[in-house]
Design a protein around this ligand. Structure first.
Ligand SMILES: Nc1ncnc2c1ncn2[C@@H]1O[C@H](COP(=O)(O)O)[C@@H](OP(=O)(O)O)[C@H]1O
Ligand SMILES: [Mg+2]
Length: 359
């Protein structure tokens, strides 16, 4: 008999103890998971020489560090892209059809680049949302460490860390842009891309050309290693458009700007954004505008959007709406990209695609 006349049943005590243990486990499991994942990744809790740059339970991330890792990821992914292309064993297959009925292709270059890029970013920033074009196999986890070094050119442009809440960040990875052209061995069009959006707004972008080893990066209100050209032809622009997902883009361009307009068909959304900029790469064509009329995915366009925005340019739907880089993967309203032009005046010039049936 217990004091005060209350009798304790041994079974009741055992259940009570188990419940208590359960609560304690629940409270501490997040903390322990964070510690163990740090060890699993080879990093040291509390900030070691290598490992995650953000705590596993959220907190903040430094956009300058994210830029350094994004550049590294694009370069490492690009090495895979090049290696597979040079081996000539692409293991090309179709993931299905686009809405317009074209093959949505994938190769070993896409898969291996995706793996490198995804795990580099995921290991450094375990708490951020990463959306990537290719499927990531969880059983195939690879731990790729970032040495936590920020390259000199980034430090020179961006003097201080740029902290943002980890939960506000969405990363978009395109491990191999212009897959169609890659399979045709049209190497100059191929890029690897990383984009970081904060609250859906594109904030930093990296576009890397694996075959000429050129990398463009920029951060909105931060800095860049690339700039706009000094002049653009707004009246009779050279317009860069898709060569493999063109839809009615040529008709739209000629109808809007007249028959004197030069149309440059090219592969890859990354390549087409670089065509608007002052890029030293010899294989890069130059254009004044980039127009796309069919459906397109956010990993294809986010990095270019961030770079253009950082340099004072614009990328919007054809009706001039800003694109939000959260939520769904794709955008429906086409694409207009320009720099050093009156973007809204260009939007007003374009026909309403819904009405003209040019979609
Ligand atoms: N209608 C469409 N549906 C799906 N993806 C499209 C598309 N139009 C363009 N894209 C994708 O956007 C990128 C640029 O296209 P394009 O070279 O035709 O301008 C390519 O990305 P990937 O090569 O990464 O798949 C392409 O697959
Ligand atoms: Mg792409």
């Amino acid at each position: 008999m217990a004091p005060m006349g209350i009798r304790l049943s041994p079974l009741g005590v055992a259940v009570f103890c188990l419940l208590g243990l359960g609560v304690l486990y629940h409270l501490y499991s997040g903390f322990l998971a964070g510690r163990f994942s740090l060890f699993g990744l080879g990093g040291e809790p509390g900030g070691g020489a290598a490992g995650p740059a953000a705590s596993a339970d959220g907190g903040t991330v430094d956009l300058r560090e994210m830029l350094a890792v994004s550049v590294l990821a694009a370069v490492r992914g690009g090495e895979e892209v090049r290696r597979v292309r040079e081996s000539n064993v692409l293991h090309e297959k179709s993931k299905g059809k686009t809405r317009e009925g074209a093959d949505d292709k994938m190769t070993s270059g896409d898969v291996l680049s995706n793996r490198k890029m995804f795990y580099l970013l995921k290991t450094a920033f375990p708490s951020v949302q990463i959306n990537t074009e290719e499927h990531v196999d969880a059983s195939d986890q690879e731990v790729i460490l970032w040495d936590r070094k920020i390259p000199e050119d980034i430090l020179k442009e961006i003097a201080t860390p740029q902290e943002v809440p980890a939960e506000s960040v969405t990363v978009w990875i395109d491990p191999l842009d212009a897959t169609q052209e890659y399979t045709e061995d049209l190497r100059k069009y191929v890029t690897t891309m990383v984009c970081v959006a904060v609250n859906g707004k594109p904030v930093l972008g990296v576009i890397h050309k694996p075959f000429s080893e050129y990398t463009a990066w920029a951060m909105v209100d931060g800095g860049s290693n690339v700039k706009a050209r000094t002049s653009y032809n707004e009246k009779t622009p050279r317009i860069v458009v898709s060569r493999s997902h063109s839809g009615m883009v040529k008709q739209v361009a000629l109808q809007t700007f007249g028959n004197q307009t030069t149309i440059i068909p090219a592969g890859g959304a990354g390549y087409k954004v670089l065509a608007l900029l002052d890029v030293p790469d010899k294989s890069q064509e130059k254009a004044d505008l980039y127009i796309h009329v069919t459906y397109i995915k956010k990993w294809d366009i986010c990095a270019g959007n961030a770079i253009l925005k950082a340099l004072g340019g614009h990328m919007t739907t054809l009706s001039g709406e800003e694109i939000s880089y959260t939520g769904s993967d794709g955008i429906e309203g086409g694409l207009l990209a320009s720099i050093r032009m009156n973007h809204q005046a260009l939007v007003r010039k374009l026909p309403d695609l819904e009405k003209t049936g040019h979609k």
